[in-house]
Write a protein that binds this ligand. Structure first.
Ligand code: GCV
Length: 647
């Protein structure tokens, strides 16, 4: 554990000490009962400055005033500094932000800020199973569970809570949405008492817990013979069980539900709608101010690949849009950012354009399931910035819905019991960026990446610039050597790492590219599957026409011949060859860039990132060769530049 603690304090991006900052003589003054915040502030400053001496020279005032619930302000004073907030939690956010800005090297006198989050709920979803394994986890095992029990180190949980609060997270769902018979029992004793103890550790940090519940809990936990949401006994079960939950954890945030999806039970199994299911559970938590996050990731995962009519990206909209306006106030529909599944490139889900009377959460995935699995470098901030700026209707960007229809921002976490939290330390940047962006969607990827580098690495200008450039270009690089132009998947089935062009082509998962010898892609226009019709008219037109469709999404929306001329005059096939050759080369350049950082970052960090970049290079070459060979074999057309393609 000593080693573990050392790594934590060494690498914890937020509260890391900075030798460049001088110890200060400072008094912290709080006129209220703010012991906890006071303590956080002291702790943070000590980590930053090494020590703080009590003196009258300089005073840090912590003040609760009439700002909004989570709003804070930071103001330099003549002989001190003032942090004010509308509530205890707001003050805590103010303290963390103050520390964060000091950690970037800013001097106190220049720190002016007034900030309030755009959405009320900023939530991390753990896909932790109670046996300790994390679904799509790439940073070790769960730090909540082991052997079907709660099993955690209190100090680590507090550190985690601090880490999350410092980036504005205020809700954590502790278990996998794929709930099994064991985790279904989290809402009942004896597990509930354990969960209440965990909730108490998070509480001082302004973080409320959620739990993923099993739609069939009435049968599994309650011993009923049905889970039909309109059955009186089922309604009573949810009410009684929720009363027990709230009795133990009065500030419990609510439930997350994955229903009728990937072999999970749901209302449709009983001939009921998604709204029937969500509202029954929502009614049970409503008296306690609880919420139900109801996922829209509903599609037929038993599709016959011969069936060209069923088009998976259309599924969520078909299930949920007609129900707009019928969900209870405390139901929040949780919608993945794209209509398929966290691919490198997808359009924004059409549900965001067309659910006008329903509260929504956008769900991102920080865990890099399809984007390199925390081996390959992939800065999600770059992708999220684009997604947030995407048009949803009449020139309105997605982020303009934050605080309107979109009331919550959620993400599947990339953390595990690896002591630096994310395995690959550079993947910490994604976690950091998520919290900051959920609070303020106007922040750019560049700002977020730069902030994270400044508070994480004590390195020189070359070091900072190199890491920034690596992160900023990483998304484009990964995209260029993997599945082209929004076609998606082409990954190894099940583990989703590495290339397998036809891996899902004849499967039941509904993710097909339908490549033939002269063309590739699914026609999703109004003349094809009709997917584009789920968007408002102007977007529909833009996506429908191959000339106006954003080129990077060409193969998401269109079936295209290999000899199609891209905007720069190259054929589609040549574009695919080029991007794969270039992507692999750029992956090599990433490794070379990192190699210039030896002795500029801690050796351990240097070695572990280097090892991952070496694996990334192998992966990129494998993608390059498999994809290029695949298309060469299909078409028999040579690369114009005569580079090596295998047969
Ligand atoms: C938790 C994808 C992943 C699954 C995940 C699912 C979901 O299909 O591969 O592991 O299950 O999404 O989001 O529910």
């Amino acid at each position: 554990m000593d080693h573990a603690r050392r790594i934590f304090s060494e690498y914890n991006a937020w509260l890391q000490s900075k030798s460049s900052l001088e110890p200060k003589a400072l008094r912290i003054k709080a006129g209220f009962d703010l012991d906890f915040i006071h303590q956080e502030c002291r702790l943070g400053l000590i980590r930053l400055w090494g020590e703080i001496q009590e003196s009258d020279e300089y005073t840090l005032h912590l003040k609760m005033n009439d700002l909004e619930h989570e709003e804070f302000s930071l103001t330099p004073l003549e002989n001190g500094f003032e942090i004010a907030g509308g509530s205890k939690n707001a003050l805590l956010y103010g303290v963390y932000r103050f520390l964060n800005r000091l950690a970037t090297g800013e001097s106190m006198e220049k720190i002016h800020e007034h900030s309030a989050p755009k959405v009320d709920y900023r939530i991390i979803n753990h896909w932790d199973n109670m046996d300790g394994h994390i679904e799509r986890g790439y940073a070790g095992n769960s730090f909540f569970f082991l052997n079907n029990k709660f099993d955690y180190d209190q100090e680590r949980i507090k550190n985690y809570a601090r880490l999350m609060a410092s980036i504005g997270i205020n809700g954590i769902c502790i278990n996998n949405v794929n709930v099994n018979k064991v985790s279904a029992g989290l809402i009942a004793e004896p597990l509930l008492t354990d969960m209440a103890e965990l909730a108490a550790l998070f509480r001082p940090f302004g973080i409320r817990l959620l739990v993923s519940v099993h739609f069939d809990a009435p049968m599994i936990v309650g011993g009923l013979t049905t889970s039909d949401p309109l059955d009186a006994g089922v309604k009573e079960f949810w009410k009684a069980q929720s009363a027990i939950v709230y009795d133990k954890i009065p500030d419990f945030l609510g439930y997350l539900v994955k229903a009728d999806s990937e072999f999970r039970g749901g209302p449709e199994a009983f001939g009921r709608t998604q709204a029937d299911g969500a509202n029954t559970i929502a009614a049970a938590v409503a008296p306690f101010g609880g919420l139900v996050f109801w996922r829209c990731f509903v599609y037929n995962c038993q599709q016959d690949w011969r069936d060209a009519q069923t088009d998976r990206p259309m599924a969520a909209y078909k299930h949920f849009q007609p129900l707009d306006g019928t969900f209870d106030q405390n139901v929040i529909l949780q919608i993945k950012n794209g209509p398929v599944d966290f691919q490198t490139r997808e359009p924004v889900s059409p549900l965001f354009s067309n659910l006008k009377n329903t509260r929504e959460a956008i769900e991102f995935q920080i865990a890099q399931e399809y984007t390199g699995q925390q081996i390959d470098l992939y800065s999600l901030a770059v992708q999220w910035e684009e997604i947030l700026a995407a048009e949803v209707d009449k020139g309105k960007q997605l982020k303009s819905l934050f605080g309107q229809e979109i009331v919550a921002v959620t993400a599947v976490t990339n953390t595990g019991n690896n002591m630096n939290w994310t395995g690959n330390i550079l993947a910490q940047c994604n976690l950091y960026a998520f919290g900051r962006m959920a609070w303020n969607p106007e922040l750019t990827a560049k700002e977020l990446i730069r902030e994270w580098i400044q508070i994480t690495f004590e390195t020189d200008a070359h070091g900072r610039q190199t890491i920034e450039e690596m992160l900023l270009t990483s998304r484009g690089i990964y995209e260029s050597y993997t599945a082209p132009l929004g076609i998606g998947f082409m990954v190894n089935p099940s583990n989703h790492y590495g290339p397998n062009v036809d891996g899902y082509e004849f499967s039941h998962w509904g993710t097909y590219h339908r490549a033939s010898s002269d063309a590739i892609g699914v026609d999703r226009t109004s003349k094809g599957t009709g997917f584009t019709l789920q968007y408002p008219e102007s977007l529909q037109r833009m996506y429908d026409h191959i000339e106006s469709c954003p080129e990077e999404l060409l193969l998401f929306f269109h079936r295209v011949r290999y000899d199609y001329k891209m905007k720069d005059g190259r054929t589609l096939l040549q574009y695919i060859y080029d991007s794969h050759f270039e992507g692999a080369q750029q992956a090599e350049a990433l490794l070379q860039s990192w190699e210039t950082l030896e002795n500029r970052v801690p050796q351990e960090v240097f070695n572990s990132v280097k090892a991952r970049l070496q694996l990334q290079l192998l992966n990129a070459r494998e993608w390059r060769d498999q994809v290029n060979t695949y298309f060469y074999r299909k078409t028999g057309i040579d690369d114009e530049k005569g580079r090596k393609i295998y047969m």
